[in-house]
Design a protein around this ligand. Structure first.
Ligand code: DAH
Length: 420
């Protein structure tokens, strides 16, 4: 889920994108639909040559699963917020207890969970010191509305707006839907949810290095994961690279026999702080993908299920409680292969988008099983295996054939490739 790591930092000016942002108390009773009014804005961009949203992605805008009480994504977001508002807040207060002059009530947690997913390239990339040639800026990886606006590909996009709004002892949490063009398998979907956090500190004259910030960050995250899973969960830290933090780390946890990378974090790059007018402060930040951790906690096998309208899915869950998912239909899967000659501008993410769209999301995974270069013409061909499985009913052979035939036509028409 994490962004590909790459390249050196650069730091363009920031101030023009420091919009005023207001935090919202977490309130499951607010109707999420009313929050999506600015999403009708999408229509105003539709005719722009850079516009590359698929209708599937458009249909997810404004759904705000993280605000739907009872939905597992909401539950995990709620529990993380609860951890920071209780156990972690207490830890922050205790750390300051020696200094009586500090009003403990000033120490608080602010949550921003209704920020529009439409952001500028500046917010998503430049503000965060992404190099100009970073792969995730490509339209093959990212959804653009026009040449300056896009669907955020991480909730970190709001970090630079929020930092200057934080008073001295506040911790900010940012939760929302994020969008990336990606492969098709049981844990990737073009829309998912993230929770980011920012904590600032006054620069302490007695501490010249980042040691105390890293220690505080790791303790906070260790506590969060043990709160969500159990005290005995196995955790390990791996060095990482993000353009906006240094040093940077990833946390992995041991689940179902594998180490699973679940979050990225680090010490906020000093340039981000100085450009947001907070030169004399230090801080840490982290970002966690909610789907991945929710799938582990609830035992949900396929990321497509989060979007299911099937009452057999939706009615299983109790607000704010982690309960194991009970599979309600165990449909067999089947696969079909497709091979075609590619050309210079062929991009596999375009193929994946067409497959999602044209198979009505019946494709649970797509794998490249063979590549071939013709010895004489030097043309290259790719062969993909499409695994079909409906989450709700059995697909008949005829239905799969129909999906596959239609897909073959659409691929030729839209990707301008030649079938083999
Ligand atoms: N935005 C990163 C991603 O999506 C995750 C991340 C890493 C967020 C480090 C942070 C951070 O706030 O400090 O891959």
């Amino acid at each position: 889920m994490l962004l590909p790591r790459l390249g050196p930092s650069l730091g363009p000016g920031l101030r023009r994108f420091l919009h005023t942002v207001k935090p919202h108390a977490v309130d499951s009773e607010i109707n999420p639909a009313s929050l999506s009014s600015d999403l009708s804005l999408v229509d105003t961009y539709r005719s722009h040559p850079c516009f590359n949203l698929s209708s599937l992605v458009e249909s997810k805008l404004g759904k705000n699963l993280h605000l739907l009480s009872g939905h597992p994504i909401h539950t995990v977001s709620y529990l993380i917020q609860k951890y920071f508002k209780t156990a972690h807040l207490e830890r922050m207060r205790q750390a300051l207890s020696a200094d009586e002059s500090i009003n403990k009530a000033d120490i608080c947690v602010k949550c921003f969970d209704r920020l529009s997913p439409i952001v500028t390239k500046f917010q998503n990339f430049d503000n965060l010191l992404f190099p100009l040639d970073h792969i995730s800026r490509n339209p093959t990886d990212t959804y653009y509305l026009d040449d300056t606006h896009m669907l955020r590909c991480h909730t970190t996009a709001h970090q630079s707006q929020i930092i200057p709004t934080l008073s001295h002892r506040e911790l900010a949490l940012i939760v929302g839907d994020v969008y990336r063009r990606d492969t098709i398998d049981h844990c990737h979907y073009p829309v998912f949810h993230q929770l980011d956090a920012v904590r600032l500190f006054d620069q302490r004259p007695d501490m010249s290095d980042d040691g105390y910030i890293v220690q505080d960050l790791k303790e906070a995250l260790d506590g969060m994961i043990r709160y969500l899973f159990s005290d005995s969960v196995k955790i390990r830290w791996v060095d990482a690279y993000f353009p906006f933090t240094h040093p940077s780390f990833e946390m992995e946890i041991f689940v179902n026999g594998n180490w699973l990378e679940i979050l990225g974090c680090g010490v906020i790059h000093p340039l981000i702080l100085s450009q947001t007018g907070c030169k004399y402060r230090r801080g840490w930040a982290f970002g966690i993908g909610l789907e991945r951790i929710t799938m582990s906690l609830f035992n949900i096998p396929d990321i497509r299920l989060f979007w299911s309208e099937d009452p057999r899915f939706k009615s299983q869950f109790v607000p704010e409680k982690v309960t194991p998912f009970k599979p309600f239909s165990n449909q067999p899967s089947c696969f079909k292969d497709i091979s075609f000659w590619i050309h210079d501008s062929y991009q596999s993410n375009d193929l994946f988008e067409i497959i999602r769209q044209e198979t009505n999301e019946m494709a649970e995974a797509v794998t490249l099983i063979d590549t071939f270069r013709h010895p004489v013409t030097q043309r290259e061909s790719h062969c993909y295996r499409i695994h079909y499985r409906s989450m709700h009913s059995t697909l008949t052979n005829e239905q799969v054939d129909e999906l596959q035939n239609n897909l073959r036509q659409q691929i030729v028409e839209k990707l301008k490739v030649e079938l083999r």
